[in-house]
Write a protein that binds this ligand. Structure first.
Ligand code: BG6
Length: 533
């Protein structure tokens, strides 16, 4: 989200430069943007899924857009005795596969050879154990000694490696940069999960910040890289029609859904320890909540935006076990039970579904519940935010055949469709006053030729530019975990029970009951069809 313009690099767009999908301003071509400054990107976890599925496609897209400097270098560090040629080939095959897969978020079409070769020439593999000091000495040599050149260290590794890697980078002098920010930069990108609760997140922050400054740390939440998520601020603040009604006087409630059709996809080991609530709620879903709830910042400056978000986290009323419902999928129309997935315990109590009622206790939002839900193996894939307005008074219609007025709902669709829909009421044609509920819908695809990016392009590019707007600050990470700590560590006997739901359904019945307590109901995941429970 930076407005900063790098100065040091000359553009070198590979052939076939497509239109840029970066969120600044109206549809613009890559020609209007500058490449990031020259830097070396060191990826720890070069052989992992994240590198293959998200980082490489994003780097390829950035290369196609001409947003990487000619002096860019990418060093992949991983345990395992591969070599550069093998690594490149594996990545090339993976990219080709994703490009051919219509369901993939990598909308590259046919892979452009020129762009791929541009990236491939810059890829270098380095075998090394993450917890071995020798790895860091060799890395230092590859980087040309202490503090030479810009470097971004990307931790695409399991959370248990965050501390040891940052510590060794620090001790090897690889995080040293000019205190006044003048010389080459050293930055560290850290994936989620950032901690597993408040205590571990605090501990992780403390540890990392003893080797690097907060300004060097880029904590990723990939939802913030999505154009449709960044667009929430544009929708709210670049239009006159929303802001006046964006408050408790007019809004009844907000529903935030991230439902998935897929199961744990071979990530049983990770998921058993994490579960749906930790995996999605205090990070991705809270970030969406923040985009809806934050006050307008005075600029897109990183601190201006992050301060406003911090205020929202701070105003979240701590959740109690009574505010959440956990579920776990059993066998159903969509497949086998979670407990029958590989690397999952037969008596697992790990939630694959979580619903929560959240209150933001400030002047704008007091009394407006935010209902959050997420789950795997549900009836449909939707990431969306629905803002339901209050009911209008019925007095005018009392002497007409109209028996009910449905409330207006503004839905911001984030994935897999991208756009907004607005539900409102009109008079149906004919001599009698009757009301019909209609919907007006906008789809990005109908207006813009650019494909939505896969999220990591913006985040990588912003990190190379030094723009932290879309990254999470230490204090906000901790306030988010603090808000859910009462659910993760409830008092004796208050632990949240995990309710069963059938794979392919709308989730557990108890989640319906959570909203029914408040006289509300979840929006159907498959509208028009009877709810599958
Ligand atoms: C990840 C979670 O952070 O986000 C996954 O670990 C989840 O479990 C994924 O599937 C969802 O992201 P997206 O962009 O596919 O909606």
């Amino acid at each position: 989200m930076s407005t900063t313009q790098p100065t040091s690099a000359s553009p070198n767009p590979p052939a076939n430069a497509r239109l840029a999908s970066h969120p600044h301003g109206a549809p613009s071509s890559a020609a209007g943007k500058h490449p990031a400054p020259p830097c070396t990107l060191v990826i720890f976890g070069a052989g992992g899924d994240l590198t293959k599925r998200l980082l490489m496609p994003a780097l390829y897209n950035l290369a196609v857009d001409g947003l990487l400097d000619d002096g860019m270098k990418i060093i992949g560090v991983n345990h395992g005795e591969h070599e550069t040629g093998q690594w490149r080939e594996g990545l090339h095959d993976a990219l080709q596969k994703f490009a051919a897969d219509k369901a993939s978020t990598f909308h590259a079409g046919k892979l452009d050879d020129h762009a791929w070769n541009w990236v491939a020439q810059r890829l270098h593999y380095m075998a090394g154990e993450f917890e071995d000091d020798d790895t860091y000495q060799r890395l230092a040599q590859q980087l040309g000694g202490d503090a030479q050149g810009n470097v971004v260290f990307y931790l695409a590794v399991g959370a248990r490696f965050f501390k040891p890697i940052v510590e060794r980078l620090g001790k090897a002098g690889l995080l040293k940069q000019d205190a006044n920010g003048g010389g080459p930069f050293r930055r560290v990108v850290i994936e989620k999960p950032f901690g597993a609760d408040l205590a571990s997140a605090r501990d992780l922050n403390q540890h990392i910040l003893s080797f690097a400054d907060e300004s060097q740390i880029y904590r990723i939440d990939h939802f913030l890289g999505k154009d449709t998520v960044q667009s929430i601020l544009a929708i709210r603040f670049a239009n006159a029609m929303f802001e006046p009604i964006w408050r408790r006087e007019y809004i009844d409630s907000v529903q935030i859904t991230a439902s998935e059709v897929i199961g744990v996809e071979g990530r049983g080991r990770f998921y058993e320890q994490t579960g749906a609530f930790r995996d999605m709620v205090p990070n991705h879903l809270f970030q969406l909540l923040c985009m809806v709830a934050m006050e307008p910042p005075n600029s897109f400056d990183a601190e201006a935006v992050r301060n406003k978000k911090a205020e929202v986290f701070d105003a979240i009323k701590p959740l109690t076990p009574g505010d959440v419902v956990f579920g776990q999928y059993g066998t159903g129309p969509a497949g086998v039970a979670y407990r029958d997935e590989p690397d999952v315990a037969k008596d697992s109590q790990t939630p694959t579904y979580a619903a929560a009622r959240v209150h933001v206790d400030n002047w704008r939002w007091a009394g407006v519940p935010f209902y959050l839900r997420t789950g795997k193996r549900l009836a449909a894939r939707h990431t969306e935010i629905s803002v339901q307005l209050r009911r209008v008074p019925f007095r005018l219609f009392r002497d007409t055949p109209v028996d009910a007025l449905t409330p207006n709902v503004l839905t911001l669709r984030i994935d897999p469709t991208h756009g907004t829909s607005f539900d409102f009421n009109v008079k149906t044609p004919g001599p009698v006053m009757q009301i019909g509920a209609v919907q007006s819908s906008f789809d990005y695809d109908d207006f813009f030729t650019e494909q939505a990016n896969i999220g990591y392009e913006t985040l990588l590019y912003d990190c190379m530019l030094g723009d932290q707007t879309l990254f999470q600050r230490a204090d906000s990470i901790e306030t988010a975990w603090a808000a859910v700590d009462g659910v993760l560590h409830p008092g004796d006997g208050a632990a949240v029970r995990v309710q069963a739901y059938a794979a392919g359904s709308e989730g557990p019945a108890e989640a319906e009951a959570l909203l029914a307590q408040d006289g509300r109901a979840w929006r159907a995941l498959t509208p028009g069809e009877p709810k599958k429970s």
